[in-house]
Structure formats: C-alpha cells, structure tokens
Design a protein around this ligand. Structure first.
Ligand code: SF4
Ligand code: SF4
Length: 115
C-alpha cells in the first residue's frame, strides 16, 4: 500500500438529542468574537504550550463548539494564558478571553441531563 503521509478520518456524526450545545451558546454570549472563527488553525500553530505539550487550542475550541466537553478542562490547564494566539488570529477572536470563559463554563454545574 502507498504511504501518503496522511490518513482519512473516521466519519462522525452529532446526535443533538444526546448533545447539549447550551454551554457553547453561553460561551458565544461571553466571547462573541468567537462567532468569527473560521478554523484556520493559526492559534494552534503559534501556541506557546504546543511547543512543550500535545495541546491544541484549535482542537479544544472545535470540540467545545461541537458540544464534546469530555477531557477539555484538563486540556485547558496546559494553556499558560500568554495571549500569543489572540495576537495572530486573523479574525480578531479574543482567544485569551475564550479560554478563560471555557474554563469557567466547564467548572459550572450543569442544569440539563444531556452531556
Ligand atoms: S486563529 Fe482565530 S480564526 Fe483561526 S482557528 Fe484560531 S480562533 Fe479560529
Ligand atoms: S494563551 Fe494559551 S492557547 Fe494561546 S498561545 Fe498562549 S498557551 Fe497557547
């Protein structure tokens, strides 16, 4: 088999009957600039924490957007809040504020039975 250096990802689907986006909508209220994110990955490419760990801020905020919150609180502890990602974002997303708000929301007790 030819090795192309990349692999196709498994197909995935989101079951909105089981997934609540309540926390994501709350995050948009607190950091409205996140609505402008177009998933370019600049934030991850320049991340200070990424130089020392497997942390990916893009992966974290994409998971948050999808309502997949498992393990995100632990991941976010790798961020040093240096603010470099905010400086390089081409859409002006306030990532530092986004990260702080994601941490706070993930710490809040949940009201719904959905995950
Ligand atoms: S750099 Fe900005 S636009 Fe690009 S993925 Fe990160 S937050 Fe989104
Ligand atoms: S604030 Fe956090 S996510 Fe952003 S560049 Fe610094 S360590 Fe990375």
């Amino acid at each position: 088999m030819i090795e192309f250096g990349f692999a196709l990802k498994q197909t995935r689907s989101e079951d909105l009957d089981k997934t609540s986006l309540e926390r994501f909508h709350r995050l948009l209220e607190l950091t409205p600039s996140f609505k402008r994110c177009f998933q370019c990955g600049n934030c991850s490419a320049t991340c200070t924490a990424r130089q020392f760990t497997d942390f990916s801020i893009r992966r974290v905020h994409t998971s948050f957007r999808r309502g997949e919150y498992d393990g995100l609180a632990e991941e976010l502890r790798k961020c040093m809040l240096c603010g470099k990602c905010t400086l390089v974002c081409p859409r002006g997303v306030n990532l530092r504020s986004l990260i702080i708000n994601m941490r706070e929301i993930l710490d809040e007790p949940q009201k719904t039975g959905k995950r």
